[in-house]
Ligand binder design. Structure first.
Ligand code: DC
Length: 217
């Protein structure tokens, strides 16, 4: 069984996807983390964001593994190195959408995401899961929330990670990524016609999880 969860950053989709995967005993596949891991590698190798050929070449020779921990957290391995913490840094967040819009990069990630998703029952979250990666997913959700609430949640989350950021930084980041992710030519963020739309603005995490589960069970 494949459960697809799409939506913009800060709407609660990763939180819901992770908890639901754990409750159902499914594999959790955070596809945003994969694009973030590639972005980290590109930055470390000082590959220019406009050098698409070099970026695609790099993606083809990269190993990304997602390890589901028993406590429902996720470990991200980039070429066997644990990068779970570093892929959430502002330098990665600033660049990730520009790397994720490259067609050849998406093709490499699509192959990996489909391979992983077919291994076991899975919950995938991202931007194009229900539209492109698994258009035949058993259940599709589009998780959204009002902009101000998304800013608030992301700010709290990153503060808890110890990042030195302001609400204005988050506003700018979300606006910028919403724009690039939803207007790009290949696999833009959009609601699949058959996706269940959930506005989480006024829902607690528990309420979000229960709502999604009620559609699955
Ligand atoms: O979910 P996230 O914020 O970690 O995702 C980081 C970026 O990766 C997001 O701004 C766009 C890109 N992304 C994508 O293009 N397609 C996906 N399926 C998941 C993420």
């Amino acid at each position: 069984m494949i459960i697809a969860i799409d939506g913009p950053a800060g709407a609660g989709k990763s939180t819901v996807a992770r908890i639901i995967a754990q409750k159902l005993g499914f594999l959790y596949i955070d596809t945003g983390a994969m694009y973030r891991a590639l972005t980290l590698k590109a930055l470390e190798r000082k590959i220019d964001v406009n050098d698409t050929a070099a970026l695609i070449e790099m993606a083809r020779s990269t190993n990304i593994d997602l390890i589901n921990n028993p406590d429902s957290s996720l470990k991200i391995l980039l070429d066997a190195r644990d990068v779970t913490g570093s892929i959430r840094q502002p330098s990665i967040t600033r660049l990730v959408s520009d790397i994720a819009k490259i067609k050849g990069i998406r093709e490499v990630m699509l192959g990996l995401q489909r391979r992983l998703g077919r291994l076991r029952d899975s919950v995938l979250d991202g931007r194009d899961i229900g539209t492109v990666v698994f258009p035949d997913a058993d259940k599709k959700f589009y998780i959204d929330a009002e902009f101000e609430e998304r800013v608030k949640r992301r700010y709290k989350e990153l503060k808890e990670l110890g990042q030195n950021i302001t609400p204005e930084d988050i506003e700018n980041d979300l606006k910028n990524r919403d724009n690039i992710d939803s207007t790009r030519e290949f696999a833009p963020l959009k609601r699949a016609e058959d996706a269940i739309y959930i506005d989480t603005t006024n829902l607690t995490i528990e309420e979000m999880v229960n709502k999604v589960l009620s559609y699955i069970q």
